[in-house]
Design a protein around this ligand. Sequence first.
Ligand code: C5P
Length: 422
Amino acid sequence: MSHSIPQSLASRRILLIVGGGVAAYKALDLVRRLKERGASVHAVLTPAGAKFVTPLSLAALCGEPVRQDLFSLDDDARMGHIELSRDADLIVIAPATADLLAKAANGFAGDLASTLLLATDTRALAAPAMNLRMWLHPATQRNIARLKADGMAFVGPNEGEMACGEYGPGRMAEPLDIVAAVEKALQSPTAIPLPAGVLATSGALAGKRVVITSGPTHEPIDPVRYIANRSSGKQGHAIAQAAAWAGADVTLISGPVSIPDPVGVDMRHVETAAEMLAAVEAAMPTDIFIAAAAVADWRAAAPAAGKLKKVASGPPALMLVENPDILAAIGGRKQQRPALVVGFAAETDDILNHAREKLSKKGCDLIVANDVSPENAVLGGDLNTVHLVDAKGVDSWPRMRKEEVAARLIAALAERIGGSGS
Ligand code: C5P
């Protein structure tokens, strides 16, 4: 039967969570489609899902026992529940009900399905299916946005006639569309599990101190206007989070950003480059200094005390003066220089040469260079393509989530600092 079908999912392991909804019957077809492409499928059936399809039919199609209960004693002890999701290449939630998504978005773990989603770093793909008002409800949309930010992939829902007689978005994607989304999720580099490196680096920086700058700086022109740039702080904050997860004592000095503070770090919020420099100096000494902030190169020479007014004589001349270079100040220290000083080089052209130049000019041990040309959507985006440049050479990493860059960078720094014996 499957001879003519390309084995696009050969030896891929899928964990399928079947939630409660009329669309659950389509999950049976989905299992067939996944398996005929070479995947192995383990299934978890929620209590609500079991009202729509039987465990027996699901098990028969999967060729594997179906898990239903978090506290079951019957399941094979070697294949514990948690291993089910950790061993999978991808978790597919189909149908993904509003309830399952709400639990996943908020980290609930009161039943088998939500526990499996929480206890793993395996990525998940959700095929939502629900009444259109439930889909359009701000609570559901909020949960979806949060799950997307956490790295969950989505397929559908489609628009159409609903089981309840209404018309609109909420119908589960068709099995073949879900299969295509599974193939895509497994191919894309962003399918690398989000905190993959985190577990690997756990404790790797225990006992080390890390100071990080992040975000833009705002340089006042007058009390209501300022000079700024497009830095979101996402990369610097992710590095701070990864360092904290690696057990370091972390101080994060951030310019104005709209993202939340990382968990477990000592935060310093600043506005200007001068304030950032003062906060960095106050946070010394440190083992590692990472300058990820996009510090404004210039500030207004004399910010006006009152709001500048439009006048008939034309616009005011804006006199600029250079800001202190925080990275160069720390990298060039004669005393109490951190063992590792890491800078960033955000460029739009000739990236590697600029990075090498910065390495020596700013006294860094390592430069993380990235191409911030608008077509790469790095500034403000979730993905980054970086090159690690040091005196020995260049290590280019594939495009990946900023969290993944952070985890890998922390692993690389832990290796260096461990080796230096400092
Ligand atoms: O020279 P450029 O601004 O491209 O250098 C970027 C690197 O230098 C980044 O690591 C940035 O955080 C740091 N920097 C700094 N203080 C400045 C300017 C840049 O720490 N005033």
